[in-house]
Design a protein around this ligand. Structure first.
Ligand SMILES: [Cu+2]
Length: 111
């Protein structure tokens, strides 16, 4: 068994590297699509969605595959609106647009 001090140090270092490496990833919404449609990120990263349409509103309804957590819903994003979410758990997240369920995207969060 590893000494407690070593374990704590490991935890500290991993949380530190999280903070240092956390990134913001942009996803644009235009022409009824999310760009890019699939994004691979690291745990702790934040994804920003921005609606670049001229007139059409969209939304982001997100859930982690296999989880029973409530879905996250951005609400309507009108032209120029932004919404973000920070992913703290690894896994595959599928999302779609409330008004246009044929619009879909995916976030893959690596450990
Ligand atoms: Cu939409």
């Amino acid at each position: 068994m590893r000494p407690l001090r070593q374990v704590l140090r490991g935890l500290f270092l991993s949380s530190l590297s999280w903070t240092v490496s956390a990134e913001v990833i942009e996803v644009e919404i235009s022409k009824y699509q999310y760009h890019p449609q699939v994004v691979t990120i690291q745990r702790g990263d934040t994804v920003h969605w921005t609606n670049l349409e001229r007139r059409q509103y969209h939304s982001v309804i997100l859930h982690r595959e296999g989880s029973t957590d409530a879905k996250l819903d951005s609400g309507y994003l009108f032209p120029g609106d932004r919404w973000n979410h920070t992913f703290t758990e690894a896994g595959y997240y599928a999302y779609l647009c409330g008004p246009h369920p044929e619009m879909s995207g995916r976030i893959e969060v690596e450990l």
